[in-house]
Design a protein around this ligand. Structure first.
Ligand code: SAH
Length: 375
């Protein structure tokens, strides 16, 4: 059941387009998750500077050093609450150019005991980005892994900024009263990908919030098993070895229906199916489901908006200090606005924290709310 196609003049297909077209010809339409995974890994494997003014999009650590400084403060506070343990891992998932970890470590210079207690672990699949990270962190000795599961066991502080949104999602579309998996097919004559639907391989309704069961035809439900398994591994580590997790991403705090798959190229939205692998492909992070996955074994804090989180940690005072210290007032004010304003990243991005279940830790930034395990 193909969805309506938009006919466009197509450029010569890229090597990845040809590879995916062959795969579809051999095996039939591919799931959105398989397409997203192939497109994202090609994108990150071939771009070494996707983030920043010259790249396709800008992330919070690339906007200002203040972002990493606030996260460092969050970490220091929890380390002190735990009684200054003498060994702790700093694990970053998807470190991009390495800017966030570099800013955290620079900030920790004021806490030499913590700095000497820390080992640095980077989970990154792109070898080009590993080189960027090695450059940014050459003063330290980070170790790289393809997967979080490979990092040695130990008390850890795990941070993930704009990592979950890059992990593949499955989409299901309701057609004539039945949920079907949204898949991608290829038209060899028009040389373009298009959406279609296939019977779902499992009972989709059983993993869906009850409110969605009666959704009208055309509704789209998304789920990311890859994200859930990373969240379970973060939770397992925090619960078993102590420490904390911090997830910052673009997404929603309450479950919702709808298509959130998107591509960004040169700071603009662009067609998801056109020239896969040449642009960033992401989906909104479903914090409600991640929270549910974590709540069995960890205390979950938030999600709160990035703006609230950063302000509670004192970003406004830090901006003022930078300005007084000679920082260009306009630049500092603009960075503060982009990171915290509700209409900018401050409202669109959410922050969620994890600490050991039933522990005494009170992580900063989340207000006084009692962690809601049941939500
Ligand atoms: N955290 C950085 C970069 C975000 S972009 C920042 O805020 O600037 C996403 C990052 O995750 C990239 O470094 C990308 O190569 C990495 N990545 C994407 N999928 C991954 C996966 N499955 N495993 C490990 N790293 C991944």
């Amino acid at each position: 059941m193909p969805e309506a196609k938009q006919i466009k003049q197509q450029p010569e297909p890229s090597a990845l387009t040809e590879e995916l077209a062959r795969r579809i010809a051999d095996e039939g339409p591919m799931t959105v998750a398989a397409f997203m995974e192939a497109a994202a890994s090609h994108y990150y494997a071939t771009r070494n500077l996707p983030f920043g003014a010259d790249g396709d999009f800008v992330t919070a650590p690339e906007i200002s050093q203040m972002f990493g400084e606030m996260i460092a403060a969050w970490f220091v506070d929890l380390w002190m609450q735990a009684g200054n343990p003498d060994r702790v891992q700093l694990i970053e998932l998807g470190p991009g150019r390495g800017t966030l970890t570099a800013d955290i470590l620079r900030t920790l210079s004021s806490w030499p005991d913590l700095k000497s207690a820390i080992s640095i672990h980077l989970v990154e699949t792109s070898s080009l980005l590993r080189q960027e990270q090695a450059r940014a962190l050459k003063a330290y000795r980070p170790v790289w892994y393809d997967r979080l599961e490979e990092v040695p066991d130990g008390r850890c502080f795990i941070v993930a900024n704009e990592f979950f949104d890059a992990l593949p999602i499955h989409q299901f579309r309701k057609i004539e009263g039945k949920w079907r998996e949204r898949c991608i097919d290829y038209d060899a004559v028009e040389r373009q990908f298009f959406f279609t639907a296939q019977p779902a391989k499992f009972d989709v309704a059983s993993v869906m919030p009850r409110d969605f069961l009666g959704a009208p035809d055309g509704s789209i439900f998304e789920i990311s098993p890859a994200s859930l398994s990373v969240m379970e591994e973060i939770t397992r580590r925090v619960a078993s070895f102590g420490g904390a997790g911090l997830v910052v991403d673009y997404g929603h705090a309450v479950p919702g229906l709808g298509d959130t798959l998107q591509c960004v190229e040169n700071h603009r939205y662009s067609d998801v199916l056109e020239n896969p692998g040449a642009k960033d492909i992401t989906a909104h992070v479903d914090f409600a489901t991640l929270k549910m996955a974590a709540a069995g074994h960890a205390d979950v804090h938030g999600p709160v908006t990035q703006g609230e989180f950063l302000k509670r940690l004192g970003i406004e005072q830090r901006a003022e200090a930078l300005r007084r210290g000679g920082g260009e007032a306009k630049d500092v004010a603009l960075a503060l606005h982009r990171l915290t304003a509700p209409s900018e990243m401050g409202g669109l991005f959410k922050v969620m924290g994890l600490t050991p279940k039933g522990g005494a830790e009170k992580p900063a930034g989340f207000g006084d709310e009692v962690p809601d395990d049941a939500a």
